[in-house]
Each structure stands twice: as structure tokens, then as C-alpha cells.
Design a protein around this ligand. Structure first.
Ligand code: XUL
Length: 519
């Protein structure tokens, strides 16, 4: 057995990647799209539409049906499950699943002739799961913060201030709004630990990576934090699984998967982690020194950290690094959507954001900046309805340059707490990273070389690498083979541009503080 399987339960799909860890090769990948492949759940974008007051929920049975469908498809395509030595997974972070005391018993006696959803569904004490897009818990965040004596205390303990989408505030809201169902709940799992439990045929622990996204774990100690638990909901300690290192084996794979799909009974089922912690591994950045910038619907910046640093301004997060130590995660809501809004508003094309397009305007727009928030931003936390050019009227081409420069100046300003200014390189991923014009602005604003990797689906790949390493594979070898830079795609910072952006960062910080009254 020389293969490992990585599963990725993301917001909109469940995917699998099969890796041969002796040769360091990806053997194949498969995916089930929740909206298109399981339309009976009415989750066109992976969650129930129409949630009120900021609620965004998904049906956990959908994830189970997707798991059966994904493995059915792989079986039909002739995947030899008996070649898999270990399996792990990556889950969308923060989402929670609420279960009765029967969960363990049901898992240990699953009937392999029937789908999972019909058997496990009876254990749910809350029909739907709040997911990371849920913003309904503002009052609960304030209550937890007050109980701890302030935002700094919550951040120092858990790695983040109390955040609406984080699991603790979500649990508190459930306890307040449905006290009876909360009392009937025997265990609360994350998406990651729920699916790890199903694969292992017994309740699995929560790992340090995903556990840190709950506002319940003491980040430095790697244990549930009594003060945070007490501030969140009564009897919570008894309802939470243990928290353990990400490399822990939850057990042999459940007989359900052995009998139904032909997995080896010796296949090791590892704890799962969150999607961002798994991406850190998949991008080859699990050792300190590399910074990953992912350009997606939201842009994110993450990096491994040796120490549990936290963001003194309270915008960024610190999680456990699945390979040991810690990681930062900073999320910028105005990512691709903001770039696209400016493109559409000013009649631009993506070529106008490319090398030729950007060459029509001077680097730094002659010392003028654009505040790139077309809608509310979370880093920094400000309400905004449109991007702004304080004190000037940009042309369409200046808007193209200015929105991108503003985004990365904001990113640089708000990642300074990581202390990575003078070292390392940037690994750039996500749709917009393909654009050489945008990628060069990243290199010049940060003053670091930018590398773009051949890898796609870094969360699932990271899960497969974690599974492989737990069964004896060499991390450095797999990173070299699987997370390698795409040939000829590296970009070096241009020194004249770097100094222009050093000055422009100050102008940008002043514009931000003038406009939003923040320091
Ligand atoms: C991280 C976050 C998202 C989810 C879904 O804090 O909320 O990145 O993990 O991808």
C-alpha cells in the first residue's frame, strides 16, 4: 500500500485526490458539486439560500450523500481502494454539526448496503449546520468578549477575537435560541471532525488546526480553554470531542468503507483539519518563511509561524499548523469580487489588468491611492459601499492599477504583525494569480519574489500529504514533487517599484485612517 487519499469538503463541493507517495505523483482527482450533483437538497451554492438575519446554514446529510456519491464514482472508474494506506481530509472551517448520544453507536454499526445519510441522520439534534458564511452572532460575540473582560483576552487565549463565523459564538446562539435542543445535544463536531468520525467509525477528535477556529481552544496550550467554554454555553466541555495534534490517527477505517468500497481494513484514518491549514501543507508552506497569498472570491494571506503570534489589531487569526507549530490566516473580503466590480463599472477587460494594460499608467499612479473596498471589509473591519479615490478622479486605466495596488498595500499593512517583512518568498495561488500584471504588483508591493505553483486544489492535496506523512512518507520529498513551482512563472520584485510602494504604503495608511477613522 503506497497511496494516500485526501478529501476536501469545501463550501460547494466534496473532492478527492489520490497520491502515490513513493513516487510523489497525483494519480487522479474526483469531485461532487453540491448544487449540480445533489439538486434535491436545494443548495445551489453549497448552502441553504434565503437565511435570515445573517444565518447561513447547510444540511450535513448533503455532505454524507456527497461522500457516498464521490466514492461510488471512484469505484465505477476502477479506483483500487485497497491500495490506500491512509486517508485524511480538509473541511471548510468553523461549521458545526450537533449530534445525540447515539452517534458513536450508530457509527460503529453502519450497514454497508445502505447510504450513510439515512443511518446517521437520526442522530442530528439540529437539522442544519451553521457554516463559515454565517454572520448572525454579533450579540454572542459581544457577550463572550464581555465575559472574558475584553477582546484582547479572547485573542490572547484563542488566537482570534470573538468572530461571528467562529464556532463558539455559533454554539452560544444555538444554546440561547434552542435551549432544549442544545440540552439534547451530546456532542458538537466541526465539519472536519464529523467527517473524520464517519470514516473512522467512531467519534474522532478535533485537530489543533481547525480547533483554533472556534474561539474555544487555548492556542498556546492546545487544550480547551475553561474561561472561553464557560463564557460560551453551559456543559460545553462534555459536548466537545478531545482536541489533538493534527497528525493523530483516529483509527482504522470503518468496516462500512471496507465492505462497500474495498478499502483495506488496515487503512489508517487520520484526523481531518481545516481547509486553510490543509492548504498551507498543499502549497508546500508548512515550514516558516513562506507566505501564501490566495486570490479568490475573498483574498487570503497565510503563513506558518513558530510562535503563536496574534494580530494586535484583532483582524487576523492564528490557527494550529497541521505539521506542528502555528499559522496565521488573514482574510480580505474584497478580493476578486472587488477587482471584477471595478472592471465592470469602468468597462475594462482583464487585459487592462495584465502587464500591457498596467504599463499604460505609472507605477503608484503618481503617488495617489484607491481604497479598494467595494463592499464591507473585514481587514480592516469597515463598512463601505464603493471603492474610493480620495482627492482625485482616476481614469478607467488608473482605476485598474489603483484597485490592485490598493488591495496589496492593504494586505501588506495588515500582515505586518507577522514580522515577515524582510525574508522569504510569496507563493501565489488562486484564479487571479495567473495574471502576470497582478502578480508583478504583488512582488513589487511586498518586495519579495513571487512563485506560482503547478498545484491546484491545495486543500485536498494537503490532506493527502498529511495522510501520507502519517504513514511514513517524507514531507520534504512530497513538497518537492507535489507542491513544485510551475516552470518559468517566477517573478522578481523590481527595486524602483519597491521603493515607490514603500512610500505609497504610508499614503495608503493615511487615506484609510482619514476615511474610516482607524489607525
Ligand atoms: C477561514 C474561513 C474560510 C473557510 C471556508 O476563517 O472562514 O476560509 O475556511 O473556506
Amino acid at each position: 500500500m503506497k497511496n494516500s487519499l485526501g478529501l476536501d469538503a469545501s463550501t460547494q463541493s466534496l473532492s478527492a485526490v489520490l497520491v502515490d507517495w513513493t513516487d510523489g505523483e497525483v494519480l487522479g482527482s474526483w469531485s461532487v458539486n453540491f448544487g449540480a450533483d445533489l439538486p434535491r437538497y436545494n443548495h445551489p451554492s453549497g448552502f441553504l439560500p434565503g437565511g435570515e438575519a445573517g444565518e447561513v446554514h447547510a444540511n450535513p446529510l448533503l455532505w454524507l450523500d456527497a461522500l457516498n456519491l464521490l466514492l461510488d464514482r471512484m469505484k465505477e472508474e476502477g479506483v483500487d481502494f485497497s491500495s490506500i494506506a491512509s486517508v485524511s481530509g480538509s473541511g471548510q472551517q468553523h461549521g458545526s454539526v450537533y449530534l445525540s448520544g447515539d452517534f458513536g453507536q450508530v457509527l460503529s454499526s453502519l450497514d454497508e448496503t445502505a447510504p450513510l445519510a439515512g443511518q446517521i441522520g437520526a442522530c442530528l439534534t439540529r437539522e442544519t449546520s451553521p457554516i463559515w458564511m454565517d454572520t448572525s452572532t454579533g450579540p454572542e460575540c459581544r457577550e463572550i468578549t464581555d465575559a472574558l473582560g475584553g477582546a484582547d483576552e479572547v485573542r490572547k487565549r484563542s488566537g482570534s477575537e470573538a468572530i461571528e463565523r467562529f464556532t463558539g459564538p455559533q454554539i452560544r446562539r444555538f444554546y440561547k435560541t434552542q435551549p432544549k435542543a442544545y440540552a439534547e445535544t451530546a456532542s458538537i463536531h466541526l465539519v472536519s471532525s464529523f467527517l473524520a468520525s464517519v470514516l473512522s467509525g467512531r467519534p474522532a477528535a478535533i485537530d489543533y488546526g481547525d480547533g483554533a477556529g472556534m474561539n474555544l481552544m487555548n492556542l498556546a496550550a492546545g487544550e480547551w480553554d475553561d474561561a472561553l467554554l464557560t463564557a460560551t454555553a453551559p456543559d460545553l466541555r462534555a459536548k466537545l470531542p478531545e482536541v489533538e495534534p493534527s497528525a493523530s490517527v483516529a483509527g482504522d477505517i470503518s468496516p462500512y468503507f471496507v465492505k462497500r468500497y474495498g478499502f483495506s481494513p488496515k487503512c489508517q484514518s487520520l484526523l481531518w483539519s481545516g481547509d486553510n491549514p490543509c492548504s498551507l501543507v498543499g502549497m508546500g508552506a508548512s515550514r516558516a518563511g513562506k507566505m501564501v497569498i490566495s486570490l479568490g472570491t475573498s483574498d487570503t494571506l497565510f503563513a506558518a509561524m513558530d510562535e503563536p503570534l496574534t494580530d494586535p489589531r484583532g483582524f487576523g487569526h492564528a490557527f494550529g499548523n497541521p505539521m506542528g507549530g502555528f499559522m496565521s490566516l488573514i482574510c480580505f473580503r474584497n478580493g476578486s469580487l472587488a477587482r471584477e466590480a471595478i472592471k465592470d463599472e469602468y468597462g475594462l477587460s482583464w487585459n487592462d489588468f495584465g502587464v500591457d494594460g498596467l504599463s499604460r499608467t505609472p507605477v503608484g499612479n503618481d503617488g495617489r491611492v484607491i481604497i479598494p473596498f467595494v463592499g464591507n471589509e473585514i481587514t480592516p473591519r469597515v463598512d463601505s459601499t464603493s471603492a474610493q479615490a480620495p482627492g482625485w478622479k482616476p481614469t478607467a486605466e488608473e482605476w485598474a492599477r489603483g484597485i490592485v495596488e490598493g488591495q496589496f498595500l492593504n494586505m501588506k499593512l495588515h500582515s505586518r504583525w507577522l514580522g515577515l517583512d524582510s525574508e522569504g518568498e510569496i507563493l501565489l495561488t488562486g484564479g487571479a494569480s495567473e495574471n502576470d500584471g497582478i502578480a508583478q504588483v504583488v512582488a513589487d508591493v511586498f518586495g519579495k519574489p513571487v512563485r506560482r505553483l503547478a498545484v491546484s486544489g491545495s486543500a485536498g492535496l494537503g490532506a493527502a500529504i498529511r495522510a501520507a506523512v502519517a504513514t511514513g512518507a517524507d514531507l520534504a520529498f512530497l513538497e518537492d514533487k507535489l507542491s513544485a513551482p510551475a516552470d518559468g512563472r517566477d517573478l522578481a520584485p523590481v527595486s524602483e517599484h519597491v521603493s515607490i510602494y514603500q512610500d505609497l504604503e504610508k499614503t495608503f495608511a493615511e487615506a484609510l485612517s482619514d476615511r474610516f477613522n482607524i489607525s
